[in-house]
Design a protein around this ligand. Structure first.
Ligand SMILES: *Cc1c(COP(=O)(O)O)cnc(C)c1O
Length: 360
């Protein structure tokens, strides 16, 4: 099996040693031991700090997609109206997921290389009167970052719940859950937090808890049992203690570094990455640099290359980047500089390899 000393995939990202260490420990049963519940509470508190919220943060066994489904299923009944704000693969996809659950979905759509226009979202929201508005903070496949504050204001104006996928940005970019009025905020473990793809987290506002209670969805991924379960020391399944210990370590790395320093580190490597790509004549995919994400850079496949050949040439040098899906497949590639991969030395090394491959 080939391994890659220059990992630049936008998730799962490389795992730092401090996050790997807890996997060597033998823990007891998370169902029974007080230590586990103390750990859960400590992780929730760290995540509240990182995400800027006083809301509950529920922590689930299962990677990022579990959070996306859990939050939809827990607040929607068939026939409920959902407004999907979409400017990329995940944004459109979340609308399709809601439709699969029987919701009446209207999508307010924008180009993949752009971000949503709040005025258009407001007009549609006023007419459509949705129960839930969904949006994506960082569209990982297209490398854009959408400001959330005004979308949150719109949700309050029309009295809708605000559902935000910040799986690829949370921790590396300020995500002000409370300031942006986010009712359901979704995070996964294998992006900025740099864990294995094992956990997902959901910030749940009091407004969202009320809806969750009223809907009463009962599945494995249901949010309802997490409202009082951790405090009452009763969870719906055997949790992933190793993953939770890793989560505590991963959050602590960010908090010890200082969140402003973490954000600056992401902004700096992203800026550097874009500059190096420009020097190589590679065009950034997002229309404007102001909307480019600090955690992942999406760029056009360089002229004279196709994706399979570029991918193979980089892999031969020990470097792996992200390809793409859907309409961007074969056209846009991605450099994932989030979490443990948001290191200048690594991105520099990656850009040197890319320059060499393209020049050679
Ligand atoms: C990674 C990611 C997810 C979770 O998807 P997986 O690839 O299955 O981990 C959800 N939303 C966004 C925006 C992501 O980047």
């Amino acid at each position: 099996m080939q391994t890659y000393p220059i990992p630049l995939v936008p998730g799962p990202v490389s795992v730092p040693q401090a996050v790997r260490d807890p996997y060597q420990i033998n823990f007891g049963s998370p169902d029974l031991e007080a230590d586990f519940f103390d750990l859960y509470a400590a992780c929730e508190s760290q995540l509240q700090t990182i995400l800027g919220t006083g809301n509950h943060v529920t922590i689930h066994s299962g990677e990022g997609m579990l959070a996306l489904w859990a939050a939809l299923k827990s607040v929607l009944r068939p026939g409920d109206r959902v407004l999907a704000v979409a400017n990329g693969l995940f944004g459109y996809g979340i609308g399709e997921m809601a439709a699969q659950l029987g919701a009446v979905v209207e999508t307010v759509g924008f180009a993949y290389d752009d971000i949503p226009d709040p005025d258009r979202v407001r007009r549609v929201a006023r007419r459509f009167q949705p129960k839930l508005v969904t949006a994506v903070h960082c569209e990982t496949p297209s490398g854009t970052l959408t400001p959330l504050k005004e979308l949150g204001d719109i949700c309050r104006e029309v009295d809708a719940l605000f559902y935000v996928d910040f799986v690829a940005s949370g921790g590396g970019v300020p995500v002000q859950v409370d300031e942006c009025a986010i009712d359901l905020g979704l995070l996964g473990s294998q992006k900025v937090l740099s864990l294995l793809p094992t956990l997902s987290m959901v910030t749940v506002s009091p407004r969202a808890w009320d809806v969750i209670e009223a809907v009463g969805y009962p599945g494995y991924d249901a949010l309802a049992p997490w409202r009082d379960g951790p405090a009452q020391r009763y969870l719906p399944y055997t949790h992933n203690w190793h993953g939770m210990a890793a989560l505590q370590a991963g959050c602590q790395l960010l908090i010890d570094e200082g969140l402003t320093n973490v954000y600056a580190r992401h902004a700096q490597v992203a800026d550097y990455c874009r500059r190096r790509l420009a020097e190589m004549g590679i065009a950034l995919y997002p229309r404007r640099v102001e909307i480019a994400a600090p955690t992942v850079t999406a760029a056009h496949i360089p002229s004279g290359w196709d994706w399979p050949r570029l991918d193979a040439a980089l892999r031969a040098q020990g470097m792996v980047v992200g390809g793409n899906y859907g309409p961007l497949a074969g056209k846009v590639f991605r450099v994932g500089h989030m979490g443990n991969q948001a290191r200048m030395a690594l991105v520099e090394q990656g850009m040197d390899v890319l320059a060499e491959v393209l020049g050679g």
